[in-house]
Design a protein around this ligand. Structure first.
Ligand code: ADP
Ligand code: MG
Length: 349
């Protein structure tokens, strides 16, 4: 009998730990032994001392049926997105990406032309973000497509930004708008269901361009990192929004040992996302707080930088950092103070 088959009661289901519980549990007995390993697990990238700067390292795996659905995801978009989500983690440390490696597992369901499409998307992202494809691995899969990308970047030692530097009274800022990628996914899933029940029906994707693009072909916020440089701003903490604003803000607060107050009515949400949320009879703010895959940057800055960002329409101050004893609070539109929670979508509805 193997461990996997053993059904005795003391086997622990992974669902009991959750993703972050599992990572903590598995990694707790690993110590950093090398002086060059500056930071290991627990931020957007690992940090390695390579001499005159720090090297940043991050990796992400995308699995067909879990992270993407090829019935509505063009392979070119998938290639592009899979690079962008890695680069976003490099920008979240205030760094610049330089190289990627791409590892793929393919089944014989994929002809050469399909893999070429995937790589065309990867190439477009490499061009757009000025990164080089420098290696990878290719293997076979018995079922779906698996894609694992690793990105390497660099940052000046005195410019690196961790999740852990937020201080009381700092301003909490997000780039762009939130919730659109999640609502784009809801549209794609709805139209897929319609198609499955009647293959003669054409998908109704009219007037949804922006939110579909946010789901299928997101961009990483290199422009925000460039802006920090031009305005001589170094955020006190930063993270990219892959899992939803609530979850990422709780990471920043936990790592920085602070509390926060954010204001629901200040959360930037695109009008198309608002009208789509109404169509689905769900709250647009909840999509922004818990939806995920926006790949915007969430960061904190000292109040002294207020003037430098206050007129930037692409950056929104959504709240401020408080003392840890005050907890992490969402002030709703009707002035209710609620504790922020990192809910998955399923636990909300
Ligand atoms: P992000 O959302 O920014 O990509 P994750 O939530 O995926 O970050 O990961 C959180 C941290 O845990 C990162 O530092 C990541 O490198 C680390 N991590 C994730 N999975 C594992 C694993 N299986 N073993 C070791 N470290 C891991
Ligand atoms: Mg991240």
């Amino acid at each position: 009998m193997t461990l996997l088959e053993d059904k005795t009661p003391n086997r622990t289901p992974l669902s009991k730990l959750g993703e972050f519980g599992l990572i903590n549990h598995l990694s707790k007995d690993f110590e950093l032994k090398n002086e060059t390993s500056i930071f290991g697990i627990g931020d957007d990238c690992a940090v390695i001392d390579v001499g005159h700067h720090f090297q940043l390292l991050t990796t992400d795996m995308l699995i067909e049926g879990v992270h993407f659905d090829l019935t509505y995801t063009p392979l070119k978009h998938l290639g592009y997105k899979s690079v962008v989500v890695n680069l976003s983690d490099i920008y979240a440390m205030n760094g610049l990406p330089r190289q990627i490696t791409v590892s793929i597992a393919l089944s014989n369901r994929f002809p050469l032309e399909a893999v070429e499409e995937l790589y065309e998307g990867i190439r477009l992202a490499c061009t757009a973000y000025n990164v080089d494809l420098v290696g990878g691995d290719t293997t076979s899969s018995t079922s779906g497509l698996c894609l694992s990308i690793t990105a390497v970047g660099e940052v000046a030692k005195d410019k690196i930004v961790y999740r852990s530097g937020a201080k009381e009274h700092d301003l909490i800022v997000v780039s762009g708008d939130l919730g659109s990628a999640y609502l784009g996914l809801q549209i794609l899933n709805r139209e897929k269901q319609v198609f499955v029940s009647d293959s003669k029906m054409q998908p109704d994707l009219q007037n949804k361009d922006y939110i579909l693009q946010r789901q299928l072909k997101p961009e990483a916020r290199k422009d925000v990192i460039d802006l920090f440089k031009s305005k001589a701003i170094i955020p006190t903490s930063m993270i990219d929004i892959s899992d939803g604003l609530s979850s990422e803000l709780l990471h920043l607060c936990a790592n920085s040992k602070v509390g926060c107050a954010i204001y629901e009515q200040k959360i930037p949400i695109d009008y198309m996302a608002i009208s789509t949320a109404e169509e689905f009879n769900i709250s647009a703010a909840t999509c922004a707080l818990n939806g995920g895959e926006d790949y915007e940057l969430l960061f904190t800055i000292s109040q002294s930088h207020y003037d430098a960002i206050k007129d930037n329409r692409d950056l929104t101050i959504i709240g401020h950092i408080t003392d840890v004893t005050l907890g992490s609070v969402l002030v709703t539109e009707d002035e209710n103070h609620q504790p922020l929670t990192a809910q998955g979508w399923n636990s909300i509805t």
